[in-house]
Design a protein around this ligand. Structure first.
Ligand SMILES: C[S@@+](CC[C@H](N)C(=O)[O-])C[C@H]1O[C@@H](n2cnc3c(N)ncnc32)[C@H](O)[C@@H]1O
Length: 287
């Protein structure tokens, strides 16, 4: 069953602003045979695309960690309670634009240490289930990033030691039904070895380099590549509502899935379009 959308408050929006802001209904910037890029607020995606019927959602939202996403269209330093209300809104929108057997894979940290220890992953599990998604499983992504280990609390003393898990999580949900039998002779494209390895829920591979990608918080292509092969069929529709530099769209194209990406920052939209166009050209050169 679809969740009821909470109306977006209009008071936060500046009607005269000449740049996209939270609350703007997305508009389509780019379309090719396999991918589309939309500019605007993914919480209002339903108003732009109606019943999209996304088979798989793969995304990494902003984490309220104060990341500079380049402009005022989205402020990543809002109070945590407001941030969670915002998550509630777009989680409900995603349910509306998913197919009845659609799945959602959401990449978030286990904990957040900004402004005190927060169980951000636990909050996401609660919110997604509150809006109507059903929980399926969790995957632990071990980025092997120990450089984050800067706060020890009380050094070598039980007085107040801090324990930090340098991992991110991927929460997997589904809409109405998890089972998706193959129809019309379609088959998945995951290999035996990939299936055996990836159904063990601890994944170890390095993160992406923000400077090389030109985006402050990209994930590596390996992350959407695994999720897409594990949870979708070729030709399915993959959605990333926080597409950033376009990593999910590129992984989807290379695997023969259709894809839609939404992004609120026009510079990142342009970056995605450039990346998608380049990936398309190299795919055409190979075929
Ligand atoms: C963690 S980044 C995603 C990075 C992406 N996975 C990649 O590999 O490049 C989150 C993105 O969400 C965008 N964003 C923030 N608020 C948004 C909104 N309301 N609608 C759509 N995109 C939004 C930010 O500009 C940022 O690019």
């Amino acid at each position: 069953m679809s969740a009821v959308l909470t109306p977006l408050p209009s008071d936060g929006r500046d009607e005269s602003a000449d740049r996209p802001q939270t609350g703007d209904v997305p508009t389509r910037l780019h379309a090719s045979a396999l991918s589309e890029v939309w500019l605007g607020d993914s919480a209002r995606l339903t108003e732009a695309v109606g019943d999209l019927g996304a088979n798989l959602i793969v995304t990494s939202p902003p984490y309220a960690l104060g990341v500079d996403y380049g402009q005022t269209s989205y402020a990543d330093d809002q109070p945590y309670a407001e941030y969670l209300r915002w998550v509630h809104r777009w989680a409900a929108t995603l349910l509306d634009v998913a197919a009845p057997d659609g799945r959602a894979c959401i990449n978030i940290p286990l904990d957040s240490n900004k402004g005190g220890k927060r169980a951000i992953y636990a909050d996401y599990l609660r919110i997604f289930q509150e809006v109507g998604w059903t929980y399926q499983t969790s995957i632990v992504w071990n980025e092997q990033n120990i450089s984050r280990r800067t706060a020890w609390g009380s050094w070598m003393s039980p007085s107040a030691p801090f324990v930090t898990a340098p991992v991110e999580m991927i929460a997997v949900f589904y809409k109405d039904t998890f089972r998706r039998p193959s129809r019309g002779g379609r088959r998945g494209d995951i290999t035996r070895d990939e299936f055996l390895a990836w159904t063990l829920g601890t994944w170890t591979f390095a993160g992406a380099n923000p400077r090389r990608v030109g985006h402050p918080a990209p994930f590596p292509e390996e992350l959407p590549r695994r999720l897409i092969k594990l949870y979708s069929y070729p030709e399915d529709l993959v959605l990333d509502p926080f597409v950033g530099s376009g990593t999910t769209l590129i992984a989807a194209m290379r695997l023969g899935r259709r894809s839609v990406g939404v992004e609120i920052n026009p510079q990142f939209c342009d970056l995605t379009v450039r990346n998608v166009t380049a990936a398309n050209a190299s795919l055409e050169a190979v075929s």
